[in-house]
Structure formats: structure tokens, C-alpha cells
Design a protein around this ligand. Structure first.
Ligand SMILES: *[C@@H]1O[C@H](CO)[C@@H](O)[C@H](O)[C@H]1NC(C)=O
Ligand SMILES: *[C@@H]1O[C@H](CO)[C@@H](O)[C@H](O)[C@H]1NC(C)=O
Ligand SMILES: *[C@@H]1O[C@H](CO)[C@@H](O)[C@H](O)[C@H]1NC(C)=O
Ligand SMILES: *[C@@H]1O[C@H](CO)[C@@H](O)[C@H](O)[C@H]1NC(C)=O
Length: 609
């Protein structure tokens, strides 16, 4: 990077000096009057440029002080569906509430809470979104939990990907300080400025992407790139953007395939990419869960390349779904797809759980981020949900619990009544769909499915849900059971994530109470006294939960963040007009029409045919 930049500078300098000599010769050949005209012209152009700049600056300032003023979703919240829904469901509360966005936005001066003896790290912050800090006992309890998790990580695993809380050490996977980068925006949202500043220094001085090592494209994108972009947006600190742009360039080799469908692994240091040796196919959810991050990166860097590569994948998948619709699984894709010919592997399962989940999530969320240029994704989402309801949604015999099963292969459509905990993202995404103006009936499914997700916690002796639950369609006296091999719990976020969406959009405090019970169960069984929280081996046995020596980065990035947001009294401190959360709970801004021009989106009208 550095090398090529200095070459470019050298080149520019030489060209400039040649041009300067040439211009001087021309100037001397002009008459005095001609020279005066040219001078006047230059001055006039300069004044016009200044004027345009000032007007632009003024508009920007106005936009910042009222971020939702020209929201692209204004029409949606005024539409018949949204209004009817609001009256029907929300009572006094308004969905968009005309709020000032995510906390308050500070002006250009650095009037932060930093103490006088601390020197501000970045004196020219363009803006910083401020959060009020914990407002009630439940939120304070979540902050205490975060600090406890952080104290373990800070003491025993600083700079490592994960805390190993039982052996009090650190573990690596991607080797990118995963827990630290993933938790930065959580700290700002919780008002933990001291912890944030310390972590920021680590990112500034110790995080680099030069290791000669393969990392998973999807995980690196949602956790590291998403984390950096989100914290850049919230803090206004340019250092995070520079890191994000560096990382973004190093992810691009994964897209160098004939079809543009990326390979699963990329070597950030060596600039190479490869697929998994065992199959050669890419995972559907992985190739389709990069777009929010790449679009935001293009928006803030002005480099359209990232967005172009990622949206190309979405368009390819869209074409695929259209051609695929005649097959048994309809708009649902199997979990593997070939980067060589962009064909789905029809013998692979169809699921909204592992390897399928966030394909559906990002269909909707990219539409939430971009609006009309991603309308084809909203349409795919709508069709996919119809096929989910038709092929995958069932009710148990015993108490009519709604769940989402799987197809063991796309070509045969054999139903399997098992549901990953991961599927519990769906209620939140369905609620967001209604919020964005899609069919109101999604809300009914969202409520019913979220109730089932909650019961997968509540009906276990520990109050925590297993990784996979099997449902009963026969006339037995229970609704579901868990196999021993699936009885572990990684403290995953999906259920509390959906609880937050549903609470945020309905103000029904039942969802807060459910979340509180889940939080209490986490405290009871997963807390490690010396610092941190442990994953569990068995949620079915209160006396032998089998704490595991690992704290996942999504526990602090997502689970605790969503719990904190769920318990917030003032839900307008965050609103879905202005933010879209990526798959790792990193809030990114919804892009307005004027932002979209920087993406240079090639709106391909053939996708609508
Ligand atoms: C990148 O980080 C690693 C680990 O912190 C360090 O050993 C290495 O020297 C750094 N490389 C550069 C180019 O800064
Ligand atoms: C995506 O990129 C590939 C490779 O550059 C190209 O062949 C393909 O036509 C593109 N697909 C779409 C849908 O734009
Ligand atoms: C369940 O159904 C089977 C066959 O359909 C029947 O033989 C059995 O008696 C039923 N059991 C109960 C508890 O209803
Ligand atoms: C709140 O949500 C719960 C669970 O979905 C539901 O049983 C209850 O009726 C809801 N309350 C209101 C006032 O809508």
C-alpha cells in the first residue's frame, strides 16, 4: 500500500512540473487584455466555488442537526400499512417518533467528557454520537455484566480473539483482537468511555492486517470490518476508517472468481484467497452477508469498488432465485453455492439456521440500508418468507407452538422438525419488515415464533436454550426435546435480539421481562468469578452445566448490547429510521438518497424482469 502510494505521488509531481512550464509559455503569449480576462475568470470561478462550498456546508450542518428530516423512510411510516399497524398495535407510541436519532450529535468542537488531565485522542472529531448511559436498574445490571466480561478479557486475554475464562488466558482464531474490536461500539453505547479509550489505543497501535494467514471472509467482514465501521460512525474518529479501508482492500482478493461469488477464506497479508478444501463450494449465508458493510465502506471512503463487488453477489443470487423458483424449494436457497459457475448445490439442505440464516436477514437489511436500489432484495425476501411459511413453518401437536424446520435437501423437500437457536433472529427481522412497509401479517409470525424461542429457554432447567431444539409433530405430551449432542449454549444473541426489535416496535414490556429472565439465567450459570462468562456444555442439567473455557466475541458485541438496548426506557435513543444493525449487532447508518451517489450503484434494471 505505502509503496504504491509513493510511486503515484512521484508520478504526479513529474507530470505537474511539465504542465506548469507549458502553461507559463501560453500565459506570456497572451495580450494584456486577454490576461486581465483570464484573471477575472479565475477570481469569479474561485468565488463561485467558495459559495457552493459554503452552501453545501450549511446544508450538511442542517442535516446533522435533524437527521431524520429527509429520511427515505418517511413515506413508509406515513403509508397506510404502517399507519394502520401503528394504530392497531402501538397505541400512543409512534414508530419513528421524529426523534433525533441514536443519542445526540455533538458539534465540531471537542467538548467531550474527557477529564482535563487527559489529552483528547483526536482533537478534530467531526462529530460524536453521545449516549445517556444506564437509565435504570436492569440496564445498570447489564453494564456491570459487561464490565465483568471485560475485566476478564482485559486482564487475561488483551489483544487476543477470545478470553478463555477458566484457564484465565487468551485464545486466537482469526488473530485480529476479535473481542476487542467487536466490543468497541457496545462500550460507547453503554457510556464506558474509559474502557473505550484504552481499547481505541490498542486498535490504533497494535491492530494490523499483515499476517500471512487465512481468515474467513464472512466472519472478518461482519465482526472486524462491521465493528470498525460502526465505531467510526459513532465516534467520528478517522483512525477507525483508515483501518477499515485497509482491511477492505485486503478482503477483495476473495472476490476474484469467474462468477464474482467470493471464496470463503482470504489471506489478508498475502493477498490470496481459497475455498474450503473439503467441498469447494461457498456458503450461501456467507457470500450474502457482506453487503451492508461493503456499502458503508464505499460510502465513507468514496471508493465504489467495495460496494460494487458485494452487490454483484446479491444480483447473482437474485438471478439464481428467479431461475430456481421452479424447483421444489422455490425462493429458498440451499446452503451451498459454487463460486465456479454460481450454481446452488441442490442436494444441500435448506435452512434458516446455520449457513442459511443471514442470507434472508440481509435481503431485508440491505433494502433497509439502500432503499429503492435494493428493492429487488426486498422482493426476494417477501417471496422467500412466503415459501418459509409454506414449506418450513409448522406447529407442534401438543401446544401449537410455531417453529421453523428445515429441508434436508433443496431438491427433495424432505422436512426435518429441528430448529437452530440461530433461527431466532427471524422474529426481529420480520418485525423490521413490517416496519419497512411489508405485509403486516409477518408480525403475527414474529410474535408466535419469538414465544417459541423464549420457551426453548424457559423450559430448560437452567433457563437457557440449547444450540438445536427438535420439535414434535406427533401426539406426544411435550412440544420439543434436545439431543445430548446439541445441548450446549454459547450465550448466543438471536433471541434477545428479536426481543429488542419486538419491544422497540410494540412497547410491550412482556419482552423486557422475558429478556430479564434470560439475563438472570446467564448470570446464574455462565458467570466466572475471576472475570468473564463461559459457554456451557449442557443446558438440561442445573447441577452440571459444564462451563467451557471460552467466551465468544458475540457475547459482548451482541448479547449484552441487545439486552442493554432492550431495557432502555427511552427507545428513541435508537431508531430504525436512521440505523440498520449488521449481522453482528453493529449499527450502521441508513444511507439517504444523497449518500447513494457515492456508491455509484449500477442499477441494473434487468434484475426487475
Ligand atoms: C502487526 O502486528 C503484529 C502483532 O501485533 C506485530 O508482530 C507486527 O510487527 C505488526 N506488523 C506491522 C507491519 O506493524
Ligand atoms: C458479477 O461479476 C462477474 C465477474 O466479474 C460477472 O461475470 C457477472 O456478470 C457479474 N454479475 C452481475 C449480476 O452483475
Ligand atoms: C397417539 O397416536 C397414536 C397413533 O396415531 C395412538 O395409537 C396413540 O394412542 C395416541 N396417543 C395418545 C396419548 O393420544
Ligand atoms: C405482549 O406480548 C405478549 C407475548 O407476545 C402477549 O401475550 C400479550 O398479549 C402482549 N400484550 C399486549 C398488551 O399486547
Amino acid at each position: 500500500m505505502a509503496v504504491s502510494t509513493s510511486y503515484r505521488l512521484l508520478h504526479v509531481n513529474i507530470v505537474n512540473s511539465v504542465e506548469r512550464r507549458h502553461m507559463w509559455r501560453c500565459w506570456r503569449r497572451l495580450s494584456r487584455r486577454q490576461r486581465r480576462y483570464v484573471s477575472l475568470l479565475v477570481v469569479a470561478l474561485f468565488l463561485a466555488a467558495m459559495f457552493t462550498f459554503l452552501m453545501q456546508f450549511k446544508q450538511d450542518a442542517q442535516r446533522e442537526s435533524s437527521p431524520s428530516a429527509n429520511s427515505q423512510f418517511q413515506p413508509v411510516s406515513n403509508s397506510g400499512i404502517a399507519d394502520a399497524f401503528r394504530k392497531h398495535k402501538l397505541g400512543e407510541r409512534s414508530i419513528s417518533s421524529g426523534s433525533t436519532g441514536f443519542g445526540s450529535v455533538e458539534g465540531r468542537q471537542h467538548t467531550s467528557k474527557t477529564k482535563p488531565n487527559e489529552t483528547p485522542k483526536s482533537p478534530t472529531l467531526p462529530r460524536r454520537i453521545r449516549f445517556p448511559g444506564a437509565e435504570n436498574d436492569r440496564q445498570r445490571a447489564v453494564v456491570v455484566a459487561f464490565k465483568h466480561a471485560w475485566s476478564g478479557y482485559r486482564r487475561y486475554a488483551w489483544g487476543y480473539d477470545h478470553l478463555r475464562p477458566l484457564t484465565r488466558s487468551g485464545g486466537n482464531w482469526l488473530g485480529l483482537g476479535l473481542t476487542l474490536v467487536d466490543s468497541l461500539d457496545t462500550m460507547l453505547i453503554m457510556g464506558l468511555d474509559k474502557e473505550f479509550e484504552e481499547a481505541r489505543d490498542w486498535v490504533a497501535h497494535s491492530l494490523n492486517f499483515t499476517a500471512n494467514k487465512y481468515v474467513n471472509l464472512f466472519e472478518t467482514t461482519i465482526r472486524v470490518l462491521g465493528g470498525l465501521l460502526s465505531v467510526h460512525h459513532i465516534s467520528g474518529d478517522r483512525m477507525f476508517l483508515d483501518k477499515a479501508v485497509d482491511l477492505g482492500h485486503r478482503l477483495l482478493p476473495a472476490f476474484e472468481t469467474r462468477t464474482g461469488i467470493p471464496l470463503s477464506d482470504v489471506n489478508l497479508g498475502a493477498g490470496k484467497a481459497r475455498g474450503p478444501a473439503w467441498v469447494g463450494d461457498s456458503t450461501t449465508a456467507e457470500v450474502s452477508t457482506l453487503q451492508l458493510e461493503m456499502n458503508q465502506l464505499s460510502h465513507v471512503s468514496g471508493l465504489a469498488e467495495f460496494s460494487r463487488r458485494a452487490m454483484n453477489v446479491s444480483r447473482s443470487l437474485h438471478r439464481l432465485v428467479k431461475g430456481w423458483a421452479t424447483t421444489p424449494a422455490g425462493a429458498l436457497l440451499p446452503i451451498f453455492i459454487s463460486p465456479r459457475d454460481a450454481r446452488p448445490r441442490s442436494s444441500a439442505p435448506v435452512t434458516l439456521g446455520a449457513r442459511g440464516d443471514s442470507y434472508y436477514e440481509y435481503l431485508l437489511k440491505v433494502f433497509a440500508q439502500l432503499g429503492e436500489p435494493a428493492a429487488f432484495m426486498r422482493d426476494d425476501f417477501e417471496r422467500a418468507m412466503q415459501h418459509v411459511y409454506e414449506y418450513l413453518l409448522r406447529r407442534t401437536h401438543h401446544s401449537r407452538l410455531t417453529f421453523i424446520g428445515e429441508l434436508s435437501s433443496a431438491s427433495q423437500r424432505r422436512f426435518s422438525p429441528k430448529m437452530d437457536h440461530l433461527v431466532c433472529f427471524l422474529p426481529g427481522t420480520l418485525a423490521l419488515a413490517v416496519r419497512l412497509g411489508l405485509d403486516r401479517r409477518h408480525m403475527i409470525v414474529a410474535e408466535q415464533l419469538l414465544h417459541t424461542c423464549y420457551l426453548t429457554y424457559q423450559r430448560q432447567p437452567t433457563g437457557l436454550a440449547a444450540e438445536i431444539t427438535h420439535f414434535r409433530l406427533d401426539n406426544s405430551s411435550t412440544d420439543f426435546y434436545v439431543k445430548k449432542a446439541d445441548s450446549h449454549c454459547l450465550l448466543r444473541p438471536e433471541t434477545v435480539e428479536s426481543l429488542w426489535y419486538l419491544y422497540h416496535l410494540t412497547a410491550n414490556s412482556t419482552y423486557q421481562d422475558w429478556g430479564w429472565r434470560i439475563f438472570e439465567a446467564i448470570e446464574r450459570h455462565a458467570r466466572v468469578p475471576s472475570g468473564g462468562y463461559a459457554s456451557l456444555s449442557n443446558v438440561m442439567d442445573v447441577h452440571n452445566v459444564g462451563q467451557r473455557d471460552s467466551m465468544e466475541s458475540f457475547f459482548t458485541a451482541e448479547t449484552l448490547k441487545y439486552l442493554y438496548l432492550l431495557f432502555s426506557d427511552d427507545q428513541s435513543t435508537l431508531n430504525l429510521n436512521d440505523f440498520v444493525f449488521n449481522s453482528e449487532a453493529h449499527p450502521l447508518p441508513v444511507l439517504r438518497n444523497q449518500d447513494l451517489t457515492s456508491l455509484n450503484l449500477e442499477i441494473d434494471h434487468s434484475v426487475y424482469i
